[in-house]
Design a protein around this ligand. Structure first.
Ligand SMILES: [Zn+2]
Length: 348
């Protein structure tokens, strides 16, 4: 895939909700040439503005378009350090703890320290039947830094962020790694802006790298107040459960089936005209697409839609398999289709 290196950097950079400094700086550095103005608001959203670069055609009025891509990732904060130097964690975002056994983690302390994550208890050889069946809570996991306690307390303190370690790799037609949810969104937004860089857009485009989405859409609302957009688009991943063990009517999306135009999820219903507009564009430009209804979960669209006096919003989704694991997978053709569809809209 073109620009794979950028997606790799975006997904491998740590940024738990509320501690998005590193990912924010990376995005800023990687997109200097695309925007006229950068600012970071008080809650930490990165706002990058690209002013209109050409006059509109026909009667269509130029608009201010906000594109929200949450930049946080599910992770942890150090909650407690015991006398042996083991760390206990508080979750920031919704982990399925069945996927947390035997992981390597990055503790962002006075310097970065690698640790090993496992649940408290006996290994399989000596576990009781009861223990073998148990589903552990995040609070029952601990991090082993393999360092003497005195050194641990010099390096780490309560409140330090912890993220899973996973390198991003191409696998078949997919790209696989941690936090495709939601760094792939920023990859899509920057890709679309790069695509229209030459031809320009009649609209003012505000990319917003929103913070703290995974703990309850906290960043997008305040950002919307600061921007007052005419149109607000959230880019996020959605479920592609077209895999064994899930009936087809619950698949939500098809992996490789193209950009998903969201009709509704648990938190927002997309603007009717925007859904029609995106559908018509996808058909006219022959961009692979599908319609999406997600029964549970939500995106920044919900926060933008309800901010101030309300906004016209829609979510464009990238289908993703194995969401909230370290094997989050996106199909290269779906990523490309979402870039193409967003670029087409920004030029229309
Ligand atoms: Zn997300």
């Amino acid at each position: 895939m073109k620009d794979f290196d950028l997606l790799k950097k975006l997904t491998e950079t740590p940024g738990v909700p509320g501690r998005e400094e590193r990912i924010r700086e990376l995005i800023r550095a990687e997109s200097q040439d695309l925007f006229d103005e950068f600012r970071t608001d008080a809650i930490g959203n990165l706002i990058a503005v690209r002013r209109p670069t050409r006059a509109g055609r026909g009667s269509a009025k130029p608009r201010r378009i906000m594109i929200a891509c949450h930049i946080d990732e599910i992770g942890f904060y150090v909650k407690h350090i015991d006398e042996k130097g083991f760390l206990r964690l508080n979750p920031a975002g919704g982990f399925d703890t069945r996927n947390l056994f035997a992981r390597k983690v990055l503790v962002q302390g006075r310097r970065d320290v690698i640790g090993v994550l496992n649940p408290a208890g006996r290994p399989i050889h000596i576990a009781t039947d009861e223990e073998k069946k148990k589903v552990y809570k995040v609070g029952e996991f601990f991090v082993d830094l393999h360092l003497p306690p005195a050194q641990v307390t010099r390096l780490v303190r309560v409140g330090d962020p912890v993220t899973l370690i996973q390198t991003t790799e191409p696998v078949g037609k997919a790209i696989v790694g941690k936090c495709m949810d939601n760094r792939v969104a920023t990859f899509v937004a920057l890709g679309a802006l790069r695509k229209i860089a030459k031809s320009g857009s009649p609209h003012e485009i505000c990319y917003v790298g929103t913070v703290q989405e995974e703990v309850g859409l906290r960043g997008a609302g305040p950002a919307t107040f600061g921007i007052e957009p005419d149109i607000a688009i959230a880019i996020d991943v959605t479920l592609a459960c077209d895999t064994p063990g899930v009936p087809p009517e619950e698949a939500v999306c098809t992996f490789g089936g193209g950009a998903a135009i969201k009709v509704m999820d648990h938190a927002s219903i997309s603007d009717r005209e925007l859904v029609d507009e995106f559908l018509a564009l996808a058909e006219a430009k022959k961009i692979k697409h599908q319609l999406e209804i997600l029964p549970l979960g939500g995106t920044d669209a919900a926060a933008m839609q309800r901010a101030m006096r309300g906004h016209r919003t829609i979510t464009l989704s990238v289908p993703c398999r194995y969401v909230h694991t370290v094997t989050e997978s996106v199909h290269t053709e779906d990523v490309k289709a979402t870039i193409d569809l967003l670029a087409a809209y920004l030029q229309s």
